[in-house]
Design a protein around this ligand. Structure first.
Ligand code: HEM
Ligand code: SF4
Length: 554
């Protein structure tokens, strides 16, 4: 993985020192909170409902064990012993004291991490497929490109004051595990005549006006990527609306001007700046690529794995849901669920972080990933080690066999932490997971993505949930609106609203009716919830969803 060079190290240290001085001035009163706000936001420090919140970037979701250990140490020393992994491959600390934040940033810098551009109207943390470098279906590891984009965008002098925040996601596989179509720029690797390049998508985004991105270039050679992205961001910087915060994202720029006009402007700007990229970027990329060389995979028999599967049904069930196909023979990708039934989605305790770091060190070529679905991945585990990994996970309460199932819910922090929330998200996620655990139907129901946001900003990706839940405030009472048929993959779709929302008391039974209704509607056991929805449309789902209301009204 990428190792900081002297330039990177000095840059991050200098930023921390600068911020330390600013924090001191805030504490001694020489800066007001209003004066301090833009300075803290440049360093990922928010003011939440109850406390400050520090958002730390985990670029393209990649960590090594030393970095994970450090995140655990920070959680213990300056927070309440846990951290929250988010849909943007960041970790958030919810309870730091202001005076401690510079020390936290120094501790992050010790392991090559920081919180720069995790806030503000800048290019945010570049996210990527959490199986990058490991997935069997991958064309190429997309992380070197993501790292190149990070180096280009960090402190880019023209792009510190964009009209609004700007998010880039990248996948190196045909199957999109990075939700590229819901990002300002989405990059999906494809091949043409045997050469890898990118399908470039612009103008996707969730929030108050959700939109699926549009293809602006169906094939962009790899060598053109940086100037092309620079062209897109320059056009947006010039055209994006600064008069209205709610119309400032590039999705609105594309919508209001039309894709064709944006495409023309981007191509023109690209032609103008392309010659200035004299190849230095490609030299930098080659250097980065060398650092992402695959680890030395071992060759060993996998009989132990087969024997453990045959002998232990719990291990078999876990390996059926939590493992994915690896590109190297004898290896598997392990998705560790940090969504034990009833737990807060995305929260990991410092002890759990240390267990994961230790497993990566012992069995995982020292690599970890954070997924946008708020889980942790051990990308390279040999099958002969899986039984040992499983028993260590079990001992740490991390062996829940629910990846991709109904309790593997994405939920934003909602009213438990967020100052913008209109409803709670975490308890709803907890109750759904607990209910379906009681019903013992989770595995029977199969792949089903539930995503929950506590307000229209859509941090919980509810628009692209097969079942989306949006918490709203109706005259001081929490109300939950359901959308159906959303999809965050290469077939991305925004979910459709089912009808009137449900109260906090009604929402769990409503979800239960919906899911039990699906079990009756599906053609056979293999037809997923989304496939059934796509075949039948909204009407039969709506009928089961509102059945009880009708019964009450009768
Ligand atoms: C301090 C807490 C947070 C605040 C104040 C906040 C604020 C916002 C706002 C205002 C938007 C709408 C932006 C727009 O459409 O222009 C947004 C979108 C988003 N946020 Fe958050 N958020 C917070 C926490 C989170 C967390 C915890 C996650 C992940 C679980 C997250 C991930 C996202 C994502 C994925 C979007 C999607 C919309 C998009 O960019 O298209 N945010 N957030
Ligand atoms: S969706 Fe709303 S409530 Fe949830 S984290 Fe984002 S801004 Fe806060």
């Amino acid at each position: 993985m990428y190792q900081y060079n002297d330039f990177d190290r000095n840059f991050v240290r200098a930023r921390t020192a600068q911020f330390r001085a600013q924090v001191e001035r805030r504490i001694d009163g020489s800066l007001t909170e209003d004066e301090f706000k833009p300075l803290r936001l440049m360093n990922g420090l928010y003011l939440q409902l109850h406390a400050y919140m520090l958002r730390v970037a985990i670029p393209y979701g990649t960590l090594n064990s030393a970095q994970m250990d450090q995140l655990a140490m920070i959680a213990d020393r300056w927070d309440k012993g846990y951290g929250h992994f988010t849909t943007r491959q960041n970790i958030q600390y919810n309870w730091p004291a202001l005076r401690d934040v510079p020390d936290m940033l120094d501790a992050l810098a010790d392991v090559g991490m920081h919180a720069i551009q995790t806030s503000g109207n800048t290019i945010r943390n570049v996210t990527a497929d959490h199986f990058a470098g490991a997935a069997a279906d991958e064309i190429e590891d997309p992380r070197p490109i993501a790292e190149l984009l990070r180096q280009w965008s960090t402190d880019h002098p023209e792009f510190q004051f964009l009209p609004r925040k700007f998010k880039i996601a990248i996948t190196g596989s045909e199957s999109d595990r990075a939700v590229t179509r819901a990002h300002d720029i989405g990059l999906r690797m494809v091949t043409r005549d045997g050469n890898p390049g990118f399908e470039v998508i612009v103008g996707g985004g969730l929030g108050r006006t959700p939109m699926v991105g549009k293809v602006i270039r169906d094939f962009l050679p790899k060598a053109d990527l940086l100037p092309y992205c620079e062209a897109i961001v320059s056009v947006y910087n010039r055209l994006g609306r600064r008069d209205n915060k709610y119309k400032a994202r590039i999705k609105i720029t594309v919508h209001e001007n039309g894709l064709e006009k944006i495409q023309e402007l981007v191509e023109a700007r690209f032609a103008e700046i392309r010659p200035a990229f004299s190849g230095v970027d490609q030299e930098v990329l080659a250097g980065i690529e060398a650092q992402f060389a695959a680890p030395a995979f071992k060759s060993a028999p996998t009989d132990g794995f087969d024997a453990a599967r045959a002998a232990n049904p719990a291990f078999r069930s876990w390996s059926d849901t939590n493992l994915h196909a690896h590109k190297a023979d004898g290896y598997a990708i392990v998705s560790v669920s940090i969504k034990k039934h009833g737990a807060t989605p995305g929260d990991a305790t410092s002890d759990q972080m240390r267990v994961l770091a230790d497993l990566a060190r012992r069995f995982g070529h020292d690599e970890l990933r954070i997924s946008h679905e708020q889980n942790v991945i051990l990308p390279h585990v040999h099958k002969s080690d899986l039984a040992a990994v499983y028993s260590a996970l079990r001992a740490a309460d991390l062996a829940t066999a629910n990846i991709g199932l109904i309790s593997d819910i994405i939920a934003c922090p909602g009213m438990d932490y967020c100052a913008l929330a209109t409803a709670r998200s975490i308890p709803i996620a907890q109750e759904i997971a607990t209910r379906f655990d009681e019903l013992k139907l989770e595995h029977e129901v199969g792949p089903l993505k539930i995503k929950i946001s506590g307000c229209i900003n859509a941090c919980g990706h509810h628009h692209v949930g097969h079942i989306g839940i949006l918490g709203l405030d109706r005259a001081g009472v929490e109300n939950y609106q359901i959308t159906l048929g959303g999809d965050g993959t290469e077939d991305a779709a925004i979910g459709e609203r089912a009808g009137p929302g449900f109260s906090a008391d009604q929402i769990i039974p409503a979800i239960e009716r919906l899911v039990l209704g699906y079990l009756e509607l599906r053609q056979n056991d293999d037809e997923t919830f989304l496939q059934t929805y796509r075949r039948l449309g909204m009407a039969p789902f709506k009928a089961v969803l509102y059945r009880e209301d009708k019964a009450n009204a009768a």
